[in-house]
Design a protein around this ligand. Structure first.
Ligand SMILES: Nc1ncnc2c1ncn2[C@@H]1O[C@H](COP(=O)(O)OP(=O)(O)O)[C@@H](O)[C@H]1O
Ligand SMILES: [Mg+2]
Length: 363
């Protein structure tokens, strides 16, 4: 299985730059995800890699083989789409054999390979069914078997789970990941669903407006977002505009609506800078007013505005002066420890968990 190199790939539709000088190195056997909001260019980039679209400038390589200009059917790609794209008039088995027929594989081998691929996606026994006799999850398995049966060098999947209901989506993403690991096939997966991306990927490229904002392992893009867009797009986060008031020693202090926030100076913030602060709800601990706080934490005092009890966790909205509120997630959901609406509480967070992004510098 080769890796994939994407070097300075650009694709325009008229004036619109759908993929803007994108470079990515995807390792052999890696499960690599393109993540971003609708319209950011994920499908465009995937279609360039598959050969359905011609890009302008740049190069695309599978291993050290340049595939630019080579037609799709000669690139050795297996594709899975959101809308299944299975042929309604062909049985499950004939759908899976389709790519083999087109490649003039002998009939006996076709049958063998189709049944192996169907076993991989756990569809044994359904070979003779027609697509309208299958559930959404089963249809998507047919599509995956059909992509894999041609023994592609790379597997490309464009939002393959978007049409499934929430529970099945979670189940199927686990299955896709297992299958990919079992086969060790280099995979590029497209989704707009950040949780899906975090759960399924070795690495993620976060995209916005045709640009790759950040590439990293799931926990890297979550804990160390490179810019305000990534911080806001992945997971839930408290975000607010603020100004640095003091910056001394290891600590900077920013103010927002009369509330002071302690920040780590290693983020390189100077006094007077206009910044955005991103603070994850689970980085904040909620305490009774008199409780002690560990070293290295910044402390705030506020009042519980409302809370949502969710069994394994509680979501609190805590208010401060001038309409500043923070969302806090507590996994300490023991009934005796639940705070009440109107109660004064102490919040604390390790200062390095508050991320700062400069506003006066283009992100
Ligand atoms: N064939 C096309 N002609 C013109 N504009 C297109 C075409 N395909 C996509 N676009 C535009 O390119 C941008 C990126 O689209 P797309 O790659 O489909 O985004 P995503 O898959 O991330 O939702 C969007 O603004 C979209 O409207
Ligand atoms: Mg798309």
């Amino acid at each position: 299985m080769p890796g994939i190199s994407i070097r300075n790939v650009t694709k325009r539709f008229g004036d619109l730059v759908a993929a803007n000088n994108i470079s990515l190195e995807i390792e052999k056997g890696e499960f690599f995800t393109l993540l971003g909001p609708s319209g950011c260019g994920k499908t465009t980039l995937l279609r360039c890699i598959a050969g359905f679209l011609d890009h302008e400038g740049g190069q695309i390589l599978f291993g050290d083989r340049r595939v630019d200009g080579i037609p799709t059917h000669k690139r050795g790609v297996g594709m899975v789409f959101q809308n299944y794209a299975v042929f309604p008039h062909l049985s499950v088995q004939d759908n899976v054999k389709y790519g083999l027929k087109a490649r003039r594989v002998p009939a006996r081998e076709q049958a063998e390979r189709a049944s192996q691929a169907l076993a991989l996606v756990r569809l044994e026994g359904l070979e003779d069914r027609l697509p309208n006799q299958l559930s959404g999850g089963q249809l998507q398995r047919v599509a995956i078997a059909r992509a894999l049966v041609i023994e592609p060098e790379v597997l490309l999947m464009d939002e393959p789970l978007s049409n499934l209901d929430a529970k099945l989506r979670v189940e199927m993403r686990g299955e896709i990941r297992l299958l990919q690991q079992k086969m060790g096939i280099t995979t590029i997966y497209v989704t707009h669903d950040q949780e899906e991306a975090l759960s399924i990927s070795d690495r993620i490229a976060v995209m916005e407006y045709g640009i790759v904002r950040q590439v990293g392992k799931p926990w890297e893009v979550y804990v160390q977002p490179g810019d305000a867009f990534v911080a806001g797009f992945i997971g839930t986060t408290n975000m607010f505009d603020s100004e640095i008031k003091t910056s001394e020693g290891g600590l900077a202090i920013a103010q927002c609506g009369g509330v002071s926030f302690g920040l780590s100076r290693s983020d390189g913030v100077a006094q007077g800078s206009q910044i955005q602060i991103a603070l994850r709800p689970e980085a904040i601990t909620i305490r009774d007013i008199e409780e002690p706080v560990p070293d290295g934490h910044w402390v705030l005092e506020g009042e519980i505005i409302r809370f949502e009890y969710l069994g394994s966790m509680i979501k609190y909205e805590v208010g401060f002066s001038e309409n500043v509120t923070l969302l806090v997630v507590s996994y300490d959901a023991e009934p005796a420890k639940i705070k009440n609406v109107g109660q004064r509480v102490k919040l604390s967070y390790p200062i390095e968990r508050a991320k700062t992004f400069r506003k006066d510098r283009p992100q």
